[in-house]
Design a protein around this ligand. Sequence first.
Ligand code: NAD
Length: 494
Amino acid sequence: MNSYPLFINGQFIETAKKQNIINPSTGKVIAEASLASPKELELGLASAREAFDSGPWPRLSLLERREFISRIGQGILDNAADLAQLETSNSGKPIKETTFMDIPSSAEAFEFAAHNFINYLASEEIKVCEDARANLLREPMGVTTLIVPWNYPLLIACWKLASALACGNTVILKPSSLTPLTALELAKIVRQAGLPDGVVNVINGSGSLVGESLCADKRIDMVSFTGSNETGKKIIQYSSKNVKKMTMELGGKSAGIVFDDVDLDVAVNSCLTSIFLNQGQMCTAMSRIFVQEAIYEQFLAAFTEKAKRIKLGPAEDFQTQMGPLINDAQRKKVIAGIEKARAEGVKVVCGGKIPDIAELKNGYFFEPTVLANVGAGAHIFKEEVFGPVALINKFSSSDEAAILANNADFGLAACIWSKDLPRARDLAGRINAGTVWINTYGMFYNQLPYGGFKQSGFGKELGREGMLEYSRLKNVILDQSPEGKPLVNYWYGF
Ligand code: NAD
């Protein structure tokens, strides 16, 4: 069985304490991963700090850093098939998704950082008056902790890592202890790319045990977190102890809005993808679908009929359309959400149970589920389920759609489906979410910043703004007035 060590200060470190890694499709152990103890945490913190304070990385020219970053992207591409297999067997994400989405997009994050960050990080000179000018310098934040969730283990790690490295930071990357394998494999690629020791450290450990040390320690300058609201709130508390820079990418309860002028097949197919991809375990899952009343019944019938046809199976099979949930605990959480909805009078139109398929009985599978006419008072209308559960509701007008979509504590994303583009754009402007897709779903572009409003967090990933989160702006002011500085020089009249 493969064993995955931690990566600290350029060394692979096997720890005494290990954790079994389970394949969610089969429930079987596929590998073991080292778990950090306070000793390895201390090594990681010290090495990242030392690499920042005294090592070459932050002092390299942008062009030099670019070479290393580009090599990581290439390393991912060179190992793409193996990484896709590994991600799939660790996370249960269908192999079609890891092969065509997660792994190539992970490589692209480094390519983008390597080729665009120079433009973003260039210093700027501002002439403020006749004799004074300022240089605005973009410096790295310092030592950054990057904490990632289990639903996009490699991709989210790469978004964060590429930006943090491009800006010249050193890094402690903490994958979810449920899905650490691709991040630990990425450490090998980082090493092959020749980055100086201590610049990237990958430390696996349960968040509740290692999280506070990685967020509250004074040696850390920034925490970039993606995960649940519950954990996000704890991290805000830890980080506030010494006022660190933070970015928070948290949960969602996003709305897909379908107007009655759509091509029904296109809208139904796309809405299915927008909630059932990755078994609905997506922060941007369109878990609340609002359909204009004239086509509501037709839409619900077509959506339900197709939801029933989604092919469940082992994530490793290219024919599989829906794999297992990440573990039994997550499945129980989904079931509890549905049971609560049932108790509140919500109608389960299809799914809502564990599939009765002998070959799948050891995995954590769950049927695609459709709930209809869910009142805004039901808990499931507002709470994130993080599973394959679609709510399908009716709306009459744009105004009502805006009210329904905004009726959530989250504000991560939304989708609008309509041929009337002025109407769709107008509605997009009224939706309280950081990303609104019109006639598409889930398109993340490296050029575009991504991040939520309200309790979906703050700060951005990707794009110019996302990359600059990992830098700090220094203002150096130079006064060249011939007589010295009139105001400060003569203030006391000496
Ligand atoms: P989680 O909050 O349980 O865990 C996320 C990470 O935090 C993991 O690495 C975990 O080990 C770590 N962690 C747990 N407790 C910690 C603590 N006390 N201190 C520090 N770190 C700790 O989230 P999850 O279940 O892995 O992921 C699902 C959640 O992530 C969902 O709510 C989803 O919406 C959200 N998510 C958001 C985005 C986004 O971009 N907004 C993207 C993906 C996932």
